[in-house]
Ligand binder design. Structure first.
Ligand code: BTN
Length: 259
């Protein structure tokens, strides 16, 4: 790995159901900010909206990080502790890390995907742990398809999914080193890059978005409609203009670009 942040405490597992479960259990028993669980393979990797996250051995990076709100948000100018802000911040960190390690300009697909060449190479999932006083920890989960999976992507995702680097890793040591460098760079970014205030955070996020000005289809709760993606507001909502001319600010949903 690259030189790692002293704030990080890394636990590496050969296999687990989901690094979200491992990290959540650690956070519930008091694990500190910066505790990271990385697995070679997940048997029940999960994404947003209860979806699976394909997590085969050898080609991807699967990790979850414990973040404590009072350590993440350094000052009063930082973003409020919301899942949306953390997911947006993490998306920027992943793009920055991909740029540094692979010199590739990755983009963000609202709300939580990172794209290379218009294919999803990374998904981000943020879960909050709450006690009587509010959120005491966030679990930030990041899954990156660094190389092509040896057996290919499953049929359901093969048109949308891609890898940061073309080709399989074949267990090649140089490639595994690159994957570990990416892990270290993402961890360092998340734990050390100052979290900007919401206005700056979402302005930076906006610059990385792949879909502004494009015709999109929005799916929310099983219903779909067509719209044009116009902007991101100061709270990370996607502003769209529907076909009937109405403007709507979306807090959640799935969007796909219509070609
Ligand atoms: C999404 O695409 O909706 C989010 C995917 C998040 C995947 C990562 S992989 C590491 C961590 N463990 C999981 O089970 N999920 C996250």
């Amino acid at each position: 790995m690259n030189k790692l942040s002293e704030r990080a405490r890394i636990i590496r597992l050969e296999q687990t159901t989901s690094t979200m479960d491992e990290t959540r259990a650690l956070a519930l028993s008091g694990a500190a900010h910066g505790t990271v669980v990385i697995a070679e393979r997940q048997t029940k990797g999960r994404g947003r909206l209860g979806r699976d996250f394909f997590s085969p051995k050898g080609s991807g990076l699967y990790m979850s990080i414990v973040l404590k709100p009072d350590e993440l948000f350094h000052d009063e100018h930082s973003s409020g502790s919301s899942n949306t802000a953390i997911t947006a911040f993490a998306g920027l960190c992943v793009c920055e890390a991909i740029q540094k390690v692979f010199n590739i300009d990755a983009k963000i697909k609202w709300v939580n995907d990172v794209l290379v060449n218009d294919k999803k190479v990374c998904g981000i999932l943020t879960e909050a742990l709450v006690n009587q006083t509010g959120v005491f920890a966030f679990i930030l989960g990041i899954g990156v398809n660094v190389f092509a999976p040896p057996e290919g992507f499953p049929d359901e995702i093969k048109n949308r999914a891609g890898a940061v680097c073309p080709g399989e890793s074949h267990g090649d040591t140089d490639k595994i080193v690159l994957r570990d460098k990416l892990a270290a760079e993402i961890i360092n970014q998340v734990l050390h890059a100052p979290v900007p205030g919401e206005a700056e955070l979402f302005a930076r996020y906006r610059q990385k978005l792949s879909m502004l000005g494009k015709n999109i289809t929005v799916t929310q709760g099983g219903e779909s409609f067509n719209a044009v993606a116009l902007d991101i507001d100061g709270e990370g909502r996607l502003i769209v203009r529907k076909d009937n001319g109405e403007l709507e600010a979306l807090l959640h949903g799935d969007v796909s670009v219509r070609i």
